[in-house]
Design a protein around this ligand. Structure first.
Ligand SMILES: Cc1cc2nc3c(=O)[nH]c(=O)nc-3n(C[C@H](O)[C@H](O)[C@H](O)COP(=O)(O)OP(=O)(O)OC[C@H]3O[C@@H](n4cnc5c(N)ncnc54)[C@H](O)[C@@H]3O)c2cc1C
Length: 592
């Protein structure tokens, strides 16, 4: 059965089948090989220098980037015609996941291969690519992306940097300051956004040696300390007109579309980091003794291991499901056409809702894992000598950059509602149907012959809850809904949890027949644990939304509907948690 080509956010109104999703178990030998090469590079070349990197040995970081280039790890997303490998997003995410074990170095790598390189790949002219791309994908040059300013971060279009055409028409003269630029101190080329004539937001490719460009001092950061973060200062910087990127006044397209991939890569990196951090936690639980036994024998510790393992497995399911969605769409594009890269980035933009979901879900999952692993370590988790402390500091930035999690949450319903208004998603029609089922519920017995019947029933009813609440909010506030952030965030939480539960359930259903009995039990346990935890979060988000939107009889009706829509029979939950923890402790690592 071939996979259905899902549109962005369509999962909210259409049930997906297990064969519609890509999972890590579907990797080809070639994809696995790239994953292995990346992992070997990290273990052999980066980890031994971790201390030096964390203490800001930037020349070493630059050397290691060159080695990455020699191994082909910087050319995964670059077009073949310019010497790149042009591999699928699943491979690109696998490399990002494996690199995440490299701590701060992975920040350098991700910023370079993602937001640093992709503006040129997607929007550069042939001449620009010929001039710069080879240097970037070989590691000879390092790339950075400069959007944020001291006075504008989330409000990126409020940038104050300006670009003015010189009298001879040969240069744009750039002025302004860019803030918190990853790779700022080591980059050779910067994608810089500035407003031409103070109004047309536009991208520029700016070489480091450009007259008038200077680099500020390195920031002293809470985490990812080994990465370079500086201001980029532009004082009458002379940028040749041929270095304008894309079209005048269309810089927002570059800035935001590239962030979609950045968010996606962040999710893959967070998943990789969580696997390693959790393994460290599990090993400690097997070693540390208290009250005469190892702490892993305590239910309190086991429950953490179970909850966190299930959450990591779910995040991984979500990341690669999205990789499959994007790869499937990109594979339908005719190659070699003049507008190939425009349609390519549109293909990615189609899944901007899912990219935001991945960013929020995976960054918050990693936060829970890092926190849980510190807690498992007790006092030692607070001491720098132990790796848990570093994971705890390093994860924090993920909820801030690539759009804060607030901004990403607001984007999710924002994009969905915009597409519904344009008629791209039949949200109104589906919301009407959901209202009908709210008013006249039908009680269907679960069909136990269907795999994961209880979970699938929950997913279907959570989608109803989403439609009812989003529909009620739009009905009440009309176009003013964009100002009701608390409601939008609650609705976004529902959308995130639905995608996550559906992804883990479909993955489990797809892979179970090929697993050993022991592994089957662990996967079934992870599904139960994660579905229960997410159903609780969904119920809380839905109730919040209902209280925010309605009052009186309408509120009573909504709350009654939510009780029904979020019902999940998690019989056997304790056994599932203990099974998952026991398997993890037995394996002495994160097991999936
Ligand atoms: C280590 C590091 C590396 C970075 N690397 C780069 C880089 O390479 N390139 C680059 O361009 N930028 C980079 N950034 C910048 C980063 O993307 C921004 O810090 C981030 O987008 C938030 O912007 P801000 O710091 O100005 O916070 P603000 O935008 O001032 O936000 C402050 C708070 O207000 C909330 N908020 C803001 N607006 C809204 C709204 N409309 N609705 C609801 N809540 C809102 C935010 O969620 C946040 O909680 C980096 C930052 C750091 C710390």
């Amino acid at each position: 059965m071939s996979a259905k080509l899902f549109k962005g956010a369509e999962y909210l109104i259409t049930a997906a089948d297990k064969n519609d999703i890509f999972t890590p178990e579907d990797f080809s030998d070639e994809q696995r090989q790239i994953g292995d090469t990346t992992e070997q590079f990290v273990l052999n070349e980066v980890i031994p220098h971790r201390e030096a990197i964390e203490h800001h040995d930037l020349p070493l970081t630059v050397e290691l980037m060159k080695k990455c280039g020699e191994l082909g790890l910087l050319m995964i997303d670059a077009p073949e015609e310019y010497g790149g490998l042009e591999l699928d997003k699943a491979t690109s995410m696998l490399a990002a996941e494996k690199l995440s074990q490299a701590g701060s170095f992975s920040v350098t790598y991700s910023a370079h291969t993602g937001i640093g390189t992709l503006p040129l790949v997607y929007y550069g002219t042939k001449e620009q690519k010929e001039r710069y791309l080879h240097k970037i994908i070989s590691g000879e040059w390092i790339a950075a992306y400069c959007l944020t300013e001291p006075g504008s971060g989330s409000d990126a279009l409020g940038a104050a940097a300006t670009a003015t055409l010189s009298a001879d028409g040969k240069y744009y003269i750039l002025n302004g300051t860019k803030q918190f630029i990853t790779n700022g101190g080591i980059a050779n080329i910067y994608t810089i956004f500035a407003k031409i004539d103070k109004q047309h937001f536009t991208g520029f490719l700016v070489e480091r040696t450009t007259e008038g460009l200077s680099v500020g001092p390195e920031e002293n950061k809470m985490g990812v300390r080994g990465s370079s973060t500086t201001q980029i200062i532009l004082e009458d910087a002379k940028v040749p007109v041929e270095n304008l990127l894309g079209e005048i006044g269309k810089g927002h397209k570059i800035a935001f579309n590239v962030l979609n991939v950045g968010r996606f890569k962040l999710g893959a990196g967070a998943t990789g980091a969580a696997k390693t951090a959790l393994t460290i936690g599990i090993r400690y639980a097997n070693e540390r003794k208290a009250f005469g036994v190892t702490i892993g024998t305590f239910g309190a510790i086991q429950e953490k291991i179970a909850d966190l393992s299930a959450a990591v497995f779910a995040s991984e399911s979500v990341v690669y499901r999205l990789a499959g969605l994007i790869d499937h769409r990109l594979a339908t594009l005719p190659k070699g056409t003049a507008d190939y890269y425009e349609t390519y980035q549109q293909g990615i933009e189609e899944y901007s809702v899912e990219c935001a979901i991945v960013k929020v879900l995976c960054s918050e999952m990693l936060a829970d894992v890092a926190d849980g692993v510190v807690q498992i370590h007790g006092g030692y988790g607070f001491i720098q000598e132990y790796a848990a402390e570093g994971y705890y500091r390093d994860e924090r930035i993920n909820r801030i950059w690539e759009g804060t999690n607030e901004i990403n949450r607001l984007l999710i319903p924002g994009i969905i509602l915009r597409r519904a208004l344009k008629g791209e998603i039949p949200l109104q029609k589906e919301a009407m149907k959901a209202f009908e089922s709210l008013m006249s519920p039908s009680f269907e017995e679960l069909d136990d012959s269907i795999p994961f019947a209880a979970e699938k029933a929950l997913i279907a009813s959570l989608k109803q809850a989403f439609l009812v609440l989003a529909g009620s909010a739009v009905q009440k506030f009309m176009d003013k809904i964009k100002d009701e952030q608390e409601i939008l965030i609650a609705v976004a939480d529902l959308a995130i949890n639905i995608f996550a539960i559906e992804s883990i359930v479909l993955r489990a259903e797809k892979i179970l027949p090929k697993l050993s009995e022991g592994k089957k039990a662990s996967v079934n346990a992870a599904v139960k644990v994660f579905t229960f935890n997410s159903s609780e979060k969904s119920a809380s988000a839905a109730r919040r939304a209902a209280y925010f939107i309605a009052e009186g009889d309408t509120l009573t009706m909504l709350l009654a509907g939510i009780r029904r829509f979020t019902k999940y029979d998690a019989t056997g939950l304790l056994t599932a948690k203990r099974q998952l923890a026991a398997a993890s402790l037995e394996a002495d690592r994160y097991i999936f």
